[in-house]
Write a protein that binds this ligand. Sequence first.
Ligand code: ADP
Ligand code: MG
Length: 665
Amino acid sequence: MKEKLARLGILSPWGRVLHLPIRYEDETRLYPIKDAPQGESVLVEGEIVESGVKFQGRRILSCRIEDGSGALDARFMNFYPSQVKALAKGKRMRFFGEIRAGFFGKEMIHPKVSSAALPLHEALTPIYPTTAGLSQKKLKALIDEALESVELFDTLPDSVLARFNLEGFEESVRFLHDPSPEALRRDLDERTHPAWVRMKFDELLAQQLSLRLHYRNRRGRNAPVFSGEGRLVSALLESLAFELTKSQKKVFDEICRDLAAGNPMQRLLQGDVGSGKTIVAALAALLAIESGFQAAIMAPTEILAEQHYDKFSKWLKPLGLEIAWLASSLKKKEKEDALSRILLGEAHLAIGTHALFQEQVVFRNLGLAVIDEQHRFGVHQRLALRLKGAELEPHQLMMSATPIPRTLAMSYYADLDVSVIDELPPGRTPVTTKLVSNDRREEVIRKVRDACLEGSQAYWVCPLIEESESLQLQTAMDTHARLVEDFPEIRVGLVHGRMPNIEKAAVMRDFQDGRIKLLVATTVIEVGVDVPNASVMVIEHAERMGLSQLHQLRGRVGRGSVGSVCLLLYQGPLGMTAKERLKAIFESSDGFEISRRDLALRGPGEFMGVRQSGVPMLKYASVDEDEALLEEARGAADMLLEENPDAVNRHLERWLGEKSEYLRV
Ligand code: ADP
Ligand code: MG
């Protein structure tokens, strides 16, 4: 039993009390069969006029009832002999379920059966989220038991209840588990009833409080102070072929202030694809290095990490700095060498993939960890890196090209500081996006050839095949073979995730240097890859890709001064969501707008990924629908932290008592 409850996230009596129904069923009244609404569960009662076991490919118990207004067939695929007896001809029974139009008239599949002799229910029946082997009845009994064993006192003072016009806690929670006979199902199902509002408010408040406390707590810890005169920073800036944009300067200032303050920075740097986050990270790393600390830069794919390594080498080696490169594909000897340079502090900067998290990686004095494309990493990995600071906690700079809509930022990222780069470097020409049906593939091939012959370069991205990485690989290899035939005069390269890393790196370098003109790739190139001369992006089966993914892929072009195109090949007929996604990507090139639409299409759970966020996901409130309530909960959190620390503790204990391990690290 304990395990089953744990599977539902219930670890204590309080967990049971706060395990609220997902919906309610109405067994308080009987419908005449003729007038019963379709599309929802209803209770009907009648006399059984026919009953028997039939064989239709399998054994089926089928029986017909009549109630004077009409007739209805009920069917059971799994049944016991006792049920056959209970449903004998001539008995009066009640069936509860959804009525649908069957071949022979109205029918119910597997209705809940009860005797017509029993009194009708007096109130709505709560239905709980449950798990295999735990019946509604048993779960309800466990919840009722818990409701009697804990003190249902209100965690919030009267002043807060009055100010935000809230119902009492005890009456709300009891009501949701046992609604009164007058309660309307619609209010309950849509969660607009004051009892639901109270629960959602409490949940949002707990989230806000924990994030605020976390934020304060971080401000109370110590971290290295980087307060050099900026000699290395000036030297790098002077060597660049470009000037920082206003936005880049602004975010770098914000970072500098954090790094000089002596408390660990946890800053999220957001900026659309191509907005120039990497150089900002490099400048921050130089501040650490100038103050005698090491920096680390971590990227989610080896291709991207390698590209960072090339870029940083070009930027930092002329300043006399040493960089260590770490990836899981290194040979033993190379790896040992990198590890020892990191340990001894000979390397000022370490760049790599997840390999940087591993236990054998020990820094002499890590002062700053940069996490590129942070949404690709889990919370545990971020923690692992934080713990690598020898004595002082290192600062963290997290970078992401997936802008987070305001409500999400307010709830899930409220414990981080956020900087936004909100302009692209000058001289970029906007990317033209075209939707092309797969029938017109030949035209696309011609277009790509023309562009390549005129000196541009192109990507050809193969479809994402969710179920099978090897199928995606196969498609990529086939496409590559075909395009090699189609373009005898052009060098066509292939890159995919399963390729040995050395080969991958060699292909990327050839593309970077313009020796390969057309690069066939799987979605491994999705994040971060930066080849300014590439001006054509073809995405096959674009209807299978997610919105953010399409935006990321499109962001690989439009980085140089020639006009770029992104050709989205799709295979009809398109489903609703696919249509919406393609429409969104066609209509907008603004990352924030695309994110907003992506959130609307996917919902916050999937958008964020529980694993990434590290903050408890909301079970009852919704950041989309409860924006106003979220604002109020923020206000209440401020009020309580200021005036009533006891209430803060009580409230967190109740709502997060068993989930505190989820708090962001
Ligand atoms: P992202 O924010 O997507 O990580 P990158 O850091 O890869 O973007 O930058 C994209 C390209 O823009 C790189 O080639 C980079 O050198 C260039 N870049 C960055 N900042 C500027 C700037 N201020 N002016 C011109 N080019 C810039
Ligand atoms: Mg990047």
